[in-house]
Design a protein around this ligand. Structure first.
Ligand SMILES: *[C@@H]1O[C@H](CO)[C@@H](O)[C@H](O)[C@H]1NC(C)=O
Length: 154
C-alpha cells in the first residue's frame, strides 16, 4: 500500500480475487485511518515526554492458521528495534515494554480508545482469519509451488 495515496497494489494476481472490492476498500480505509491515528498518538506522546525525533516505529501484525486448524493473531511494535507496546489479543489489553516511559504513555493512550482497540481485535481475530482462508483458497496453486509447508500470509 502507498500510505500517502492509499491504494493497495497487488503483487500476485490471485490476491485480488481473495476479497471483494468492497472488502479491499474497507481494508484500505482501516489501514489508512489506523496509520494516521497511530502517528498522531505517538507525536503527541513524544511532545509530552520531551523525547526527540527521529525514530522508527515498526509494527508486526497479522494472523496465522495453524496445522490443527486453530488460529493465532498477533500485534507487536518496536521503536528503533526495542519493544514498545503489544496487544494481548486474548484479553484485549495493551501491554507496554517494561521500564520505557514512552511505551507506558503510548499504552495508556491506546488503552483509553476502547472503540479502536475492539475494532482492531475483531479485525485480527475474525476478519484476518476469514480473509487468510480465502487467500489460501485462491492462491493454492501458487503457494504450493513455493513449497511452503505453512504459508504465512499476514
Ligand atoms: C493447535 O496447535 C497449537 C500450536 O501447536 C497449540 O498450541 C494448540 O493447543 C493446538 N490446539 C488444539 C485445539 O489442538
Amino acid at each position: 500500500m502507498d500510505c500517502g495515496t492509499r491504494p493497495i497494489r497487488f503483487h500476485q494476481p490471485w490476491a485480488r480475487q481473495g476479497l471483494s472490492s468492497k472488502q479491499w476498500g474497507d481494508l484500505e480505509k482501516a489501514i489508512h485511518l489506523y496509520l494516521v491515528l497511530i502517528t498522531q498518538t505517538i507525536v503527541s506522546v513524544v511532545q509530552g515526554t520531551g523525547a526527540s525525533f527521529p525514530f522508527v516505529i515498526q509494527i508486526l501484525t497479522g494472523c496465522e492458521i495453524l496445522p490443527n486448524g486453530t488460529s493465532y493473531s498477533f500485534y507487536q511494535s518496536t521503536r528503533d528495534r526495542h519493544s514498545l507496546v503489544r496487544f494481548n489479543l486474548d484479553t484485549g489489553e495493551w501491554v507496554a515494554a517494561p521500564g520505557d516511559e514512552m511505551a507506558q504513555q503510548v499504552c495508556h493512550s491506546f488503552s483509553q480508545d476502547r472503540g479502536t482497540s475492539n475494532r482492531l481485535r475483531f479485525l485480527l481475530q475474525n476478519t484476518c482469519v476469514a480473509e487468510i482462508l480465502s487467500f489460501a483458497y485462491y492462491g493454492k496453486g501458487a503457494l504450493k509451488r513455493q513449497g511452503e509447508a505453512r504459508p504465512v500470509l499476514a
